[in-house]
Design a protein around this ligand. Structure first.
Ligand code: ADP
Ligand code: MG
Length: 549
């Protein structure tokens, strides 16, 4: 855009110098002026098309954004041949009257701004009035639109209007684009393969649909249906497109949905950031989210997320790169901390926000049941018991505990989490050992390092330590195995997970239940220190799935 403006300035500068010189040297300059010709509107539009329209997916993006700006509630898109053969988009938005329909194909024709000041308070997606002019200049273009009163059909070829006719149409707009780039063969040559192009169109539509859950979208490519989305709430829309995102965050400037740590990927393709509902890309914010996951992620893994921020437009610079939509933000460091904190806290919510209640036993009274010989029970009127009942443990299978509420707990993971937090916080119930254990050490610093993780010890020789007390979740008979794991791994997360996984231990029902209770006091009770999920509550649908109902 800037380049174009500079180009235009240069052109005016040349022609005005030209006119001064012309007056003085009219003959000699004649040849020079001849070299400069004013480009026709069609060529200008085709050049602009090079910027606005990279390929089918950017056409689809511009057209959907127009439909959204027209307040459509349903948008259907169909493409053929990856979009190069045809793109058709239909909406039920405000539509246009005849005059606007004719004007909308002209360059810099827009209903969205009137003066440069309007740019500040812009709430619509498009505003430059370039997209339709550019797209129609490189295609066979057809527009059918109606504002609910009168319908208009316009056909153009390479940007030249061929016909304007009245037509029947409900309120809304249909745009058909055929043979994209038919008159710019160089651009056509550099297009992706049809299948890569379809993938890019699908991604484009999905991305926009993520931020507009109140709008229904369908997308077809040839006979294949790629998307069919009804209006839904934000969480439902994200799950329909990307699958489950179990963690939710709220920050001062936005909200978002995060994947479980174990679903992290080696790429960032499933990270979606929207600022003021526009898809953008920000390495800074990706890093803030990653920082919030902390040790739950392995190095170089990227958690899928969908984040929506609302930031005053004067604090956002979206045009760092016009195609990639990378953003620069003022207040970057405070935003970084805000997001990191919100992400980190989302893993620290207590296990149950509400206590679990059981369905009360059937109630009866002697008066209603003359045959009953049972003593009268207190009669509950509510559907919840008047007091909290603990969820009870049902069974232990190997290293799994099943609770009465169908919560299934991985005991190794729970144990690792409890041990990790014990070692890390230093606030712990310690178990004093009746007979101190003795170990050989390589470095004298081992003593103080063990002390910091809650192992009470003292030097009893140049390379010998006596252990007097241990964190309560280390089994004294397994201390040597703990010590060698700790010595090898150096990191507390790995020590805790590896020690508990290798522990040859049969948990009794009581022990398992105790562990489950202790887990609930942990800061992060859902994941083990390396980000694996510790427990899940099985639902009816899970049973149905197991039994293939
Ligand atoms: P911009 O969106 O930047 O204004 P476009 O070239 O994309 O420029 O569109 C030009 C104008 O055409 C818009 O300002 C709008 O008034 C009208 N328009 C385009 N698409 C639609 C549509 N689907 N429904 C109603 N009006 C539309
Ligand atoms: Mg537009």
């Amino acid at each position: 855009m800037r380049q174009k403006e500079e180009g235009r300035k240069k052109q005016t500068a040349i022609s005005s110098t030209g006119s001064i010189l012309e007056r003085h040297f009219s003959v000699t300059l004649f040849d020079m002026v001849q070299k400069i010709v004013r480009l026709s509107e069609a060529v200008i539009n085709q050049i602009a098309a090079g910027e606005v329209v990279e390929g089918p997916s950017s056409v689809v993006k511009e057209l959907i954004e127009n439909s959204l700006d027209a307040k459509a509630s349903r948008i259907s898109i169909a493409i053929q041949g990856g979009g190069l053969l045809s793109i058709e988009i239909e909406d039920d938005g405000s539509g246009m009257n005849r005059e606007d329909a004719v004007l909308c194909l002209e360059r810099h024709a827009t209903s969205k701004i009137r003066t440069a000041d309007d740019l500040q308070a812009l709430s619509t997606m498009g505003f430059r009035g370039e997209a339709l002019a550019a797209i129609s200049s490189v295609s066979h273009f057809e527009l059918k639109t109606s504002d609910g009163k009168i319908g208009t059909a316009i056909r153009s070829e390479g940007g030249k209007i061929e016909s304007i006719l009245p037509c029947a149409r409900n309120r809304g707009t249909t745009i058909s684009i055929r043979s994209l780039f038919y008159n710019t063969p160089a651009r056509k040559k550099f297009q992706k393969s049809p299948s890569a192009s379809v993938a890019q169109v699908v991604k484009t539509v999905e991305t926009i649909a993520l931020a507009h859950p109140e709008v229904a979208f369908t997308l077809h490519s040839g006979a294949q249906a790629h998307l069919k989305l009804e209006p839904q709430d934000q969480k439902g829309r994200i799950e329909a497109i990307l699958g489950p995102f179990p963690h939710e965050i709220k920050t001062l400037r936005g909200m978002g949905f995060l994947s479980a740590p174990q679903d992290a990927k080696t790429h960032r393709r499933n990270q979606f950031l929207f600022i003021n509902r526009r898809p953008v890309f920000s390495p800074l914010i990706s890093r803030a989210v990653q920082a919030g996951y902390g040790t739950r992620l392995n190095e170089n893994s990227h958690p899928p997320f969908v984040l929506f921020l609302e930031i005053p437009s004067d604090e956002v610079d979206v045009n760092v790169h016009p195609q990639k939509k990378e953003v620069r933000l003022s207040e970057e460091s405070s935003l970084f901390r805000e997001i990191e904190k919100a992400v980190s806290e989302s893993f620290e919510t207590p296990l149950f926000e509400k206590p679990i209640f059981f369905t009360p036993p059937p109630t009866f009274s002697l008066a209603e049941d003359p045959f009953s010989v049972l003593p009268a029970f207190p009669k509950f009127q509510t559907t919840e018991l008047p007091f909290e009942i603990e969820d009870r443990p049902l069974a232990v299978f190997g290293k799994f505990l099943l609770m009465e509420s169908f919560i299934l707990v991985d005991l190794s993971g729970a144990h690792a989490r409890v041990l990790f937090e014990e070692m890390k916080t230093g606030v712990q119930e310690k178990q004093a050992l009746l007979c101190p254990l003795e170990i050989e050490i390589d470095h004298p610093e081992t003593e103080s390092a063990l002390e910091t993780i809650g192992v009470e010890c003292r030097l009893i020789g140049p390379s010998r330590l006596a252990i007097d007390a241990l964190p309560s979740s280390i089994d004294p008979s397994q201390f040597f195995s703990f010590f060698s794991t700790w010595n090898e791994t150096k990191k507390l997360e790995n020590t805790a997970v590896r020690y508990c996984r290798n522990l040859k231990k049969k948990y009794s029902l009581d022990e398992a239940f105790l562990l489950w209770r202790r887990l609930q006091k942990c800061k992060d009770s859902l994941y083990d220190p390396l980000g694996k999920k510790i427990w899940t509550q099985m639902e009816r649908s899970d049973f149905e799935q197991i039994l293939e109902r």
